[in-house]
Design a protein around this ligand. Structure first.
Ligand SMILES: Nc1ncnc2c1ncn2[C@@H]1O[C@H](COP(=O)(O)OP(=O)(O)O)[C@@H](O)[C@H]1O
Ligand SMILES: O=C(OP(=O)(O)O)[C@H](O)COP(=O)(O)O
Length: 418
């Protein structure tokens, strides 16, 4: 979605692991983004690191894998043993799980790795300091190796201890996963001249509004909000929303949407006439969904769970030359599949390229076409041509080390996890 002129090679000045020699015995940290559920519903975020892990291991490197999953704040961070198991199977070699990552025991375990051995260390989000980009936590993580390969494209927009923090302490480079995702996204940043461009932005995370909607309104021809993005648009237009989900940053998103609605835009914004609402209890759907005219508003105790895609928008989407979908448009896993099915059906008919972005989005929606493992990070890259991690890698290549205040934990989201 970046304007054509705004996209210079995002990898410019970024050292690449693919261009590095690896010698036996070297101690590497691979910073990954294994933010997947324990059932391994969608393993793309793990599989994207396989090639580098195999190469490092085959070259005799000793590899400590450091990954985030879930969040410390809401208690969703879990152990990562299932990831080590998956890697063992896919790499056809034993990948050990070391549940800690910042203790003396973790450092000893990393130092004891044999040449060619890979171990997955504990979830970085067991620590509050990960998302705060705490320099002391980064210092502990940095003891797990002598150099860091930064993968985990899905967290490339976050300046956290395990990716940008460690880059202030160790020489670093971009892992192949990061390199490949960024090269893969170029066609959506630079679609063919004159192509009709569309963005469908749903889900729950604020980036879909703060980055995705704000940027897409100026670069796309059609924007279809769903999920919390739609709820925020309806709120900005003064509709009653009952108990609808407004996400973790409702005020910032409302302000951003008001700014978008008040300013001239390139895109036509789809606002449905009919939404589907259901009774909810603490966010859980507890009764049948029914259609409601948007103008009638949503009553107390009820939430928007889906919407009807207007026929004109379905036609426009089907004719798109370039399209992205970031964030599930509706509560798909709760059986609210109308808008998502209509959007996916239209996108499957496009002559151009349609791309799905993000963890839950890719895991939840049936889509045989192209996908990216990054949701917020891909939107950030498409909107600005860079991400926090790429900037940190460039600084690292210039020799900048631990010589100033740590960067803000999260340049777009003010450090607030979503
Ligand atoms: N109207 C809605 N109200 C609440 N949640 C919604 C709504 N529409 C979609 N969602 C939820 O959004 C979730 C995906 O959002 P998000 O985490 O932002 O995606 P991703 O992980 O791909 O970035 C889905 O699990 C879906 O249930
Ligand atoms: O799932 C992720 O991002 P996404 O939902 O934007 O695809 C990444 O793992 C980043 O996780 P975070 O949004 O908790 O920082």
């Amino acid at each position: 979605m970046a304007s054509d002129s705004g996209w210079t090679d995002p990898l410019g000045g970024v050292p690449l692991l693919s261009a590095r020699q690896v010698t036996p015995g070297e101690r590497w940290i691979l910073s990954a983004g294994f933010n997947v559920d324990a059932a391994l519903t969608s393993t793309g975020r793990i599989d994207s690191e396989l090639a580098d892990l195999r190469r490092l291991s085959d070259a005799g490197a000793r590899v400590a894998v450091l990954s985030h999953q879930g969040s410390h704040r809401d208690g969703t961070a879990t152990a990562l043993g299932h990831v080590a198991g998956h890697l063992s199977r896919r790499l056809d070699r034993q990948v050990r799980y070391v549940p800690e990552n910042a203790s003396d025991a973790a450092v000893r375990a990393a130092e004891a790795l044999a040449p060619g051995e890979i171990a997955v260390f504990g979830n970085t989000r067991h620590h509050a300091g990960e998302e705060r980009n705490d320099p002391e936590l980064a210092r502990r993580f940095a003891l797990l190796g002598n150099a860091v390969a930064v993968g985990g494209f899905s967290k490339a927009h976050r300046a956290h201890a395990s990716n940008t923090g460690v880059l202030r302490l160790l020489p670093g480079c971009a892992a192949r996963s990061l390199e490949q995702e960024i090269r893969f996204l170029a066609p959506w940043a630079r679609p063919p001249q004159g192509a009709f461009r569309a963005a469908v932005l749903g889900g729950r995370k604020p980036e879909k509004t703060l980055v995705g909607l704000v940027h897409a309104m100026h670069t796309c021809d059609l924007v279809v909000p769903g999920g919390v993005v739609l709820n925020t648009v309806l709120r900005a237009r003064g509709h009653d929303l009952g108990a609808s989900d407004l996400g973790s940053k409702p005020d910032a998103c409302l302000e951003a949407v008001r700014g978008v609605l008040d300013a001239p835009a390139k895109a036509r914004l789809h606002v449905p006439r009919t939404v589907w609402v259901a009774p909810v209890d603490e966010g859980r759907i507890v009764g049948e969904a029914r259609p409601v005219a948007v103008v009638d508003g949503v009553s107390a105790g009820h939430a928007v769970v889906d919407f009807d895609l207007e026929p004109w928008a379905a036609e426009s989407l089907a004719g798109a030359g370039s399209a992205v979908l970031a964030g599930t448009p509706s509560r798909y896993l709760d059986g609210q599949t109308r808008s998502a099915d209509a959007v996916l059906s239209a996108l499957s008919r496009t002559s151009g390229a349609a791309l799905l972005l993000g963890g839950d989005t890719v895991a939840e929606l049936p889509w045989p076409g192209p996908v990216s493992t990054g949701g917020g990070s891909a939107l950030q890259l498409l909107a600005t041509g860079t991400c926090a991690v790429l900037d940190a890698l460039r600084d690292n290549a210039r020799g900048a080390r631990d010589d100033g205040p740590a960067p803000a934990p999260d340049d777009v989201m003010d450090g607030v996890s979503t």
